[in-house]
Design a protein around this ligand. Structure first.
Ligand SMILES: Nc1ncnc2c1ncn2[C@@H]1O[C@H](COP(=O)(O)OP(=O)(O)OP(=O)(O)O)[C@@H](O)[C@H]1O
Ligand SMILES: [Mg+2]
Length: 249
């Protein structure tokens, strides 16, 4: 599904190279909910931006489905971004001038695939996420939780291979965070969606199947969920504490 092999990326400032990703390796399977944790500056967003085709990387391979992203040109990358990836942004980024349903359909409209199945797809997602009643309302007229579910539905409208989320619960209180996680779990259960989420929040991460822990641009460890959420959260906290003294939990 998603495979990252020996991913390397440096930023160049003032003629000097600052390596940020130093050979990252992992795989995510179809239907998996995978988290990424690690201290601030460990390269989480940089890695997500490479997978998102937003920034070029220096070495290594990213494979998404049957496509090797390292071999694609600009137009092909734009198509991958639009069709194969779904994005959840920290502030959800709904367009105020569009209704809930129009916001959900937006990725389809952008890709010009506006056939009748677009409406059907949007309706189905409205049902799955319990927002059918508010489908014709505008973002200012709906609650925070409804906005989040709209954003998750929008990320799914193109039936992407993977949903990518960078700190989707970062600005939220614990109740709203749980609502975002619940919509991910719903997407996984009902639609076999694959979700890849960067988070600082060990509670949010404890709902993942697996959490990849980054440190200094490499995979420090991978912690798997064996079924008990609170045990898993404790293991994540231990792993993070062991790594950096506990300031990133
Ligand atoms: N566009 C850029 N140009 C130069 N350096 C950058 C750029 N973006 C990030 N960096 C540097 O790369 C390193 C990794 O940044 P990144 O944003 O990937 O970290 P992160 O793990 O997402 O951190 P956080 O948890 O704070 O979001 C940091 O040292 C950062 O200062
Ligand atoms: Mg970040």
């Amino acid at each position: 599904m998603l495979a990252v092999k020996n991913l390397q990326k440096s930023y160049h400032l003032g003629g000097q190279a600052y390596p940020v990703l130093k050979g990252i390796n992992f795989e995510v399977k179809q239907g998996e909910f995978v988290g990424v944790m690690g201290p601030s500056g460990s390269g989480k967003t940089t890695m997500l931006n490479c997978i998102s085709c937003y920034i070029p990387f220096d070495q290594g391979e990213i494979t998404l489905g049957d496509k090797n992203l390292s071999h694609l040109g600009e137009d092909e990358l734009a198509a991958v971004r639009n069709k194969e990836l779904g994005f959840i942004f920290q502030d959800f980024m709904l367009l105020d001038g569009l209704s809930v349903k129009e916001n959900i359909m937006l990725p389809r409209i952008i890709s010009g695939r506006t056939g009748s199945d677009m409406e059907e797809g949007a309706e189905r997602l409205c049902q799955v996420f319990g927002i059918a009643k508010i489908r014709d309302k505008y973002p200012v007229e709906i609650s925070g939780g409804e906005k989040q579910r709209t954003a998750v539905a929008r990320a799914l409208i193109n039936n992407p291979l993977v949903i990518l989320a960078d700190e989707p619960t970062g600005n939220l209180d614990s109740k709203s965070s749980k609502a975002v996680i619940d919509s991910f779990l719903q997407a996984k259960k009902m639609l076999d969606a694959t979700i890849f989420m960067v988070t600082h929040d060990s509670f949010a991460a404890s709902f993942c199947d697996r959490v990849i822990i980054l440190k200094d641009g490499v995979v420090h460890s991978v912690v798997s969920n064996h079924g008990n959420r609170s045990d898993f959260q404790d293991e994540l906290l231990d792993a993070i504490r062991e790594m950096d003294g506990g300031d990133a939990a």
